[in-house]
Each structure stands twice: as structure tokens, then as C-alpha cells.
Design a protein around this ligand. Sequence first.
Ligand code: G6P
Length: 367
Amino acid sequence: ARIEKAGHRHFMMKEIAEQPTVIGNVIEAHVAPDHARVDMGLPGVDFAQVNRVSIVACGTAYYAALVAKYWFERIAGLPAEVDIASEFRYRDPILPPGTLAIFVSQSGETADTLAALRYAKGKAAKVVSLVNSPESSIARESDIAVPIHAGVEVSVASTKAFTCMLTTFLTMTLRAAEDRGTMSGEEIAATIADLRSLPGLVSHALSADAAIHAVAAQLAKARDVLFLGRGQMFPLALEGALKLKEISYIHAEGYPSGELKHGPIALVDRDTPVVVLAPHDRLFDKTVSNMQEVMARGGKVLLIADNRAIAEVGNDVWTSIAMPDAPEILQPILYAVPAQLLAYHTAIAKGTDVDQPRNLAKSVTVE
Ligand code: G6P
């Protein structure tokens, strides 16, 4: 069937808007009908027998993997390593017995990711993939291919595939927590209840569209933009910066807030917008103190945070974008939405080709 824009100006916006539905599909597919357990078909995988996960991907899928590292370690007590595929395949990585190798790819055809997968198979690791296309090479060559249920993604800049990868990783982490006994049945059921609120929260986040549209004209004038986040929000800072570069061609960098003082703070001036991702989480106070360091140097802060955070610390910032309050574990998925919208509206303000950015391909099947 031909994929249409369904009334949207660009595929990217259509795909951003589809996220409540496709995330709901992931949850439906991977949660048992009684909503008490994860049921995601990982035949032969017992996470209690796994010593380490090694996750490999490129681009946006790599940033999804970076979030998953925080989850596997914190929730399931499982050491996790994450690599960029083009680095992994050439650095002679060690895959000791008990390693579960996980490959993440929207297209399932990325040459570097496929080569990394073949390397891992050659080392006799058990290979699981998270893919959007079940017919793809990566899916076919994996021991287990877990579908991410995003549906066809046309826009070169990946949006719904990212949030579906994250949601799939979150259910996989809960399954690991169950196998390893790091969460009780009640805790798992409570987290699944939280997870089931995610499509509604993402819909709510989409209503920030008008506010983001309003600020994009200003952002479009910037030469450089910094994105800051801590902990599980750090990979979101990377993803926000990647989206902005890909489609608006504005130079952007994502940084862990705590690392600001070791270099990038030298870039801060009146003309450099600094996007701070600061939901109320366990590191909130630390993120805020990093944000204040930026403001003390005349930096223009665009704060993306929940209402409570904005009420507490949003007074002197340049501008703020409100997100709904959400359980901490869901925040990386939720905050992908304003990051996507920011890139989208900035690109529109600059007049670039949103769905077909220069020099980029949707699927990179050569090295
Ligand atoms: C290309 C796309 C990116 C994507 C990356 C990995 O660079 O432009 O959007 O994140 O490939 O693609 P994959 O299909 O493996 O997820």
C-alpha cells in the first residue's frame, strides 16, 4: 500500500503524530493480557543466565541503546555495554560466554550493524535484534528478531522508530528484571500500569507543538545549539542535537550536563541557545545547577521540563516548554517528542527539505 501523509505537510510530522498509536501497539504486543507481566517472545533467553548485554547500533538507534544501558543496569542489575556499529566491528570486542548481543536497527539493513552482527555470531554470542522490518537482513540473521512495531517510517530523520525502540527496550528490561528477581511481581505490574499511561502522555506532549512552533523562529537564527541532559536524559540530549543537525543544518551538540564545565561551557554566550532537558528526576537539582551555570554566563536557556520544575526554576530562563508530569522511567520516551518538534519547526523556519535532508539516506546499506 502507498504510504500517504494523511493530511500532514511532511512525513516527519505524520510520523511524530503517530507515536501515541504505535507506542500503544508496542505495549499491546509485549505485555501479557492480564497486564501483570511482560510477554515478548524471547525463546531460549533467560536473563538470569546472562552476564552482560552488548548493544550495537548506528545513529538514532544507537541513542536508543544508550538509554537502554541505564535501564538494564538500574532495573535489572545487568551490566550493559553500548557500541556504535562501525567502531564495534573493527575494535576486536570481547564477547565472553554469557553475553547477549543486541542489534538495533529501524531498517534492518544498515551495513555496519549487519557486519557487527556477523562478527558477534562468529564469536558464538546469542544474537537478538530489535528491528522495524521483520523481512530485513538483520532480522533474518538474528537468533531472535523482536519487532518494534513502528510501521513504515518514510522521513529520513527517525522519530517514531526511536520511541518504539525505547518502549521495546523498556519491556525487555522488565522481562530481565523478572528473570533476575530484581523487581517483585507487584513492582513489575505497577511499572506496566505506568507504561500503559504512556500513549496518553505522549499525546499530551504533542500539544506542546504550538509553543515549540513559536520558539523555532528564534532557534532558526542560531549558529550553534547545545542540548544538555543527565543520566537517562543524556542520550535524549544527543538525539535532540542529532535531529536538529539532520534537518535544519544547525550545528548542535548534546552533552551530559555535568561535563559542561570540562569544555562546552566555553561556547556559551548570548547567541547560543542551550536546550536543557530537566524533568523532575533523581538528578534534577544537579541539572538545575548546571543550567544556572549557563545562565550566569549569559546563556539563553530553553528549558524543557514538567510543570513542577518550570514553577520551581523556570523564572529567569529565556523560554520554557511544558511537559506533563510522568513517572521517571517514561521520561526519556516522552521527551523525545519535544526534541523532534523542535527540530521539525526549526527546519520549517529555515526552509530546508524536512523529509529529504541533504547528504543523508534513510538506510545506509554500504559502508
Ligand atoms: C541512517 C538514518 C538514521 C538512522 C541510521 C541507522 O543514518 O538516516 O536516521 O538512525 O541510519 O539506521 P537503522 O535503520 O539501522 O536504524
